[in-house]
Design a protein around this ligand. Structure first.
Ligand code: BGC
Ligand code: ZN
Length: 368
């Protein structure tokens, strides 16, 4: 069958013939791929900065954000049937008995580093016509969410970040009695890519007054989208960080989804008392930059601040992502649809993966 993959040893990206998978264990499910999202991680793998093929292969099939339709279930599968729509998760546990998180299905916190990730690290991905997956790594998608379900995986990253935030802030009486945990608080989202926009939606749903601080000058379609959901877009090009701080007031939370350290560490300076700053972006390795480390350390201590990094997602994060997509679709149907900026055939892979990054979330359509 057709697949898009990389040959890291030859530094090549191409369309390849990949063997069609079959179910070989009773708890496996065979899935027909419908859509696969493209993200910064895929683009980085195509620059050979990241990504590893399975041990026995010289290529890695790309794709870790997918939605598909179940076409076969093994005899032990109880939660899915033919015709169901599903989204797979990305990370698979390491093999070591001593890894508590992996043994408890919390491979997002793997201790050994020997986890694998579909389409990223040592396991083929979903940018192909069919794939096989264990039941426990799949999530059921309600029919009415099928068209936006390719956003579940990127949203799951934001959902895990939110859970980290609640856990960090449980150190203080942060909540003010409102059922919306962010009510009366101000959040800043750095970056207006899919992880930033989906994160902003989740923050608004949780009651935060939300600003999105990003590079592109206004007007631009991402700014329009952000403003249409009730957040406020501010361009870093026209409003420098200090001026932004005056505009926003106390910043209780910063959700970084930009992957650019220079801007990020400038914004750390404006985090408020008892604030939390969560990093989700994965910058490529670059030369060191100056950071006002003493001031930063002084502030972190005197203001009780926490910076926390988060990667990947667990089962509750996927479940929250599916629930929140349903909420977003009711509240902002047009804006949510426009997060998916383009649908392309598999043959367009080269421009999508190597060309200038355009739009918000571009998707490869493989089936209906
Ligand atoms: C994926 C995560 C993955 C991370 C690091 C991201 O693009 O969404 O699931 O853990 O890359 O490989
Ligand atoms: Zn991704």
């Amino acid at each position: 069958m057709k697949a898009v993959g990389v040959f890291p040893a030859r530094k090549e990206l191409g369309m390849l013939a990949h063997p069609a998978p079959t179910c070989i264990a009773p708890d496996q499910v065979r899935i027909r791929t419908i859509e696969v999202g493209i993200c910064g991680t895929d683009r980085e793998i195509c620059l050979f900065e990241y990504g590893t093929p399975p041990g026995d292969a010289d290529y890695l099939v790309l794709g870790h954000e997918a939605v598909g339709e179940v076409i076969e279930v093994g005899p032990a599968v109880t939660s899915f049937k033919h015709g169901d729509f599903v989204v797979p998760s990305v990370r698979r546990p390491c093999p070591h008995d001593t890894c508590g998180p992996c043994r408890a299905d919390r491979q997002d916190f793997c201790f050994t580093g020997d986890f694998t990730e579909r389409g990223i690290k040592m396991t083929h991905g979903f940018m192909t016509e069919y794939f096989v997956e264990e039941e426990k790594h799949l999530y059921a998608i309600p029919r009415e969410l099928k068209d936006v379900a390719v956003l579940v995986e990127p949203l799951s990253v934001a959902e895990k970040a939110l859970t980290q935030i609640w856990q960090v802030q449980s150190r203080l009486p942060w909540a003010n009695g409102s059922p919306e945990r962010g009510s009366g608080r101000t959040a800043v989202v750095l970056g207006a890519g899919p992880i930033g926009i989906l994160g902003a939606m989740a923050l608004i749903v949780n009651g935060f007054k939300t600003y999105v601080y990003s590079r592109s000058a206004e007007p631009n379609p991402k700014a329009d989208l952000v403003n249409s959901i009730g957040a406020k877009y501010v361009s870093a090009l026209s409003v420098p960080v200090q001026q932004f701080a005056e505009m926003v007031g106390t910043v209780d939370l910063v959700y970084e989804a930009l992957g650019v350290a220079s801007i990020t560490f400038e914004v750390v300076k404006i985090l408020g008392l008892n604030g939390v700053f969560v990093f989700t972006g994965i910058p490529p390795h670059k030369p060191a930059i100056p950071v006002a480390a003493d001031s930063l350390m002084r502030d972190m201590v005197l203001k009780n601040q926490v910076i926390v990094g988060t990667v990947n997602a667990d089962r509750p994060a996927f479940e929250n992502a599916i629930r929140d997509l349903g909420i977003f679709k009711k509240r902002w149907p047009k804006a949510l649809d426009s997060v998916i900026s383009g649908r392309f055939p598999m043959e367009a892979y080269r421009e999508l993966l190597l060309g200038k990054a355009t739009g918000i979330k571009n998707v490869i359509s493989i089936g209906e």
